[in-house]
Design a protein around this ligand. Structure first.
Ligand SMILES: [Zn+2]
Length: 89
């Protein structure tokens, strides 16, 4: 993603990347509500792409960060599957 977009992302800036990430999350929500798998798949990829852009702009390796936090299971109880008490709301 950085090879494809980082130069452009730097030009447009972090505020722009956050705005697009928010927009794509809303588009993903609408796609989920419609229940169309192909659209959900495309919007999920867009959310991931913009999250990656934000991470790249703040010089975080998203893959490493995700693995570091969740690579050994739940980030709180360290279990797979998570055995933390369920919270709602
Ligand atoms: Zn847990």
């Amino acid at each position: 993603m950085a090879h494809t977009y980082l130069a452009r992302d730097r030009t447009r800036g972090l505020d722009w990347a956050f705005k697009r990430l928010n927009d794509e999350i809303m588009e993903l929500r609408m796609a989920v509500e419609k229940g169309k798998k192909r659209e959900i798949s495309a919007e999920s990829a867009d959310v991931f792409a913009w999250l990656t852009s934000v991470s790249n702009l703040v010089e975080i390796d998203l893959e490493s960060a995700s693995y570091e936090k969740y690579g050994n299971g739940c980030s709180k109880c360290q279990q797979i599957p998570c055995s933390c008490p369920m919270k709602r709301g």
